[in-house]
Design a protein. Structure first.
Lengths: 115, 333
């Protein structure tokens, strides 16, 4: 799989790691049901501490993108690709709203009022 | 001035001539003195100076020749492992060991010459000192000379054209992004073979401890070696980062073989089969080194020095493309 890390990104590193894996899933680098490489290897690939990688992976598990299974490692959940893409787009939307001066609540209100 | 390729070829030819010359001396020395040696021949001396061990006549030539073969094989493997470059250490070891075995052979023949029984052979105290000194000197001189040549060769190569990453696929890396490519391959049959031989080894060891069988070493040692080496070749992970290529062996990801990006001239993907490279596992063949776990897609790198290195992993095309882009970026700035 190909992992891309944006070096100009100013978000915390663990969020960047989660973003890189989310992006890889959204781009079809790993399909639902696939096993993710071990955290140690991801940490070498991204040049990031293994604990930071684990923190990013846990965030993705809480998001419903990944599943941690004993003895099977970390696997990509079914539908995770669409979910990851959606989460990616939502993140971009939130960033754009913040840039334009809208708060998170404004954005939620905006979405609620959509037909 | 020789280019790098000429230097390596010259060094190889020199090593080959030296290897054959030492073989010839090891066999010719006892043959030349055949009529004047006792049978068996004294081949080992005690600390006090008298002979305390003997070997039949045929063994006098065969044993040192076998030793020399093992040494040559070890050096050849380690040269390949380090990328096929001329190493001053290897050349020095080759020279020192050649002088040592030839000198030892000469002193054995000398000490036995014109004696009827091996127990009456002369002492070798002075010979040992002379041979060790000569061996050390030979190693030192050859080591220093090779270092000079190696430095000159690499200097000539650094300035020479034709080493830039040419051909092969490339991948666009946008500015400000870090790309990394990972891939792995697993061969379950090799894993199973490793597990079975480990089980057999454990069984043999237990049987030996229980006193059911005699010395277990002839069975145990090969089983343990097979088990470990097959285990290490059952899984392979390739990782391409801006630093270069890392290939990790075994399910535990250790040991790791690293290729810095500046050592890689170009990379490509290739279809290879076990039949082409002589089987599964870590293979040395005319195609270079191949880590073969399954037929099909292989990532092949062509280093600046030494033979090609290939590893059978999926999605090799993109791994090669990324390596080429990183290598190009490295040379341009």
């Amino acid at each position: 799989m190909l992992l891309k890390l944006d070096l100009t990104d100013s978000r915390p590193l663990h969020e960047q790691v989660a973003g890189a894996i989310r992006r890889a899933i959204a781009e079809g680098e790993c399909a639902p049901g696939d096993r993710l490489p071990p955290a140690r290897e991801l940490s070498r690939a991204l040049g990031v501490n293994a604990n930071t990688v684990l923190r990013g992976l846990r965030a993705l598990r809480d998001e419903g993108v990944l599943e941690f299974r004993r003895g099977r490692g970390v696997t990509v959940l079914a539908g995770a690709d669409q979910r990851a893409r959606l989460a990616d787009q939502a993140g971009a939307l939130l960033a754009e709203a913040t840039r334009l001066g809208y708060s998170r609540a404004d954005l939620v209100e905006l979405i609620r009022r959509l037909p | 001035m020789n280019g790098g390729g000429n230097g390596i070829r010259g060094a190889r030819r020199g090593a080959a001539v030296w290897a054959v010359a030492v073989y010839a001396a090891l066999v010719a020395l006892p043959l030349a003195a055949a009529g004047r040696l006792p049978e068996p021949v004294a081949t080992h001396w005690s600390g006090s100076g008298g002979p305390d061990g003997s070997t039949p006549f045929w063994g006098v030539a065969a044993f040192p020749a076998g030793l020399w073969t093992v040494l040559l094989a070890g050096l050849a493997l380690s040269t390949r492992w380090t990328g096929g470059a001329v190493r001053p250490g290897h050349a020095a070891a080759l020279a020192a060991a050649g002088v040592l075995v030839t000198g030892a052979q000469a002193s054995i023949v000398h000490a036995n010459l014109d004696h009827v029984v091996w127990t009456e052979a002369d002492g070798v105290g002075l010979d040992v000192t002379l041979v060790l000194t000569a061996s050390l000197l030979a190693g030192l001189v050859v080591g220093l000379a090779t270092r000079r040549t190696a430095v000159l060769a690499s200097a000539a190569r650094a300035g020479g054209p034709g080493d830039e990453p040419a051909g092969g696929p490339q991948l666009d890396i946008p500015a400000g992004e870090r790309f990394a490519w990972l891939s792995r391959a697993v061969n379950r049959w090799l894993l199973l073979t490793a597990a079975l031989s480990a089980l057999l080894a454990a069984g043999t060891a237990v049987a030996a401890v229980a006193g059911l069988v005699g010395t277990p070493w002839p069975a145990l040692v090969p089983l343990v070696i097979v088990s470990i080496s097959v285990y290490l070749c059952s899984t392979v992970q390739a990782l391409v980062t801006p630093k270069g290529l890392e290939v990790a062996f075994g399910p535990a990801g250790w040991p790791v073989r690293r290729w810095p990006v500046e050592a890689i001239a170009s990379a490509r993907a290739e279809q290879r089969t076990p039949a082409q490279v002589g089987g599964w596992g870590y293979r040395l063949s005319g195609l270079g080194t191949t880590v073969m776990l399954r037929r099909g897609d292989c990532l092949v790198i062509h280093p600046h020095e030494g033979a090609d290195f290939a590893v059978s992993v999926d999605d090799a095309e993109r791994g090669a493309a990324l390596l080429n882009s990183l290598a190009a970026r490295h040379t341009t700035g």
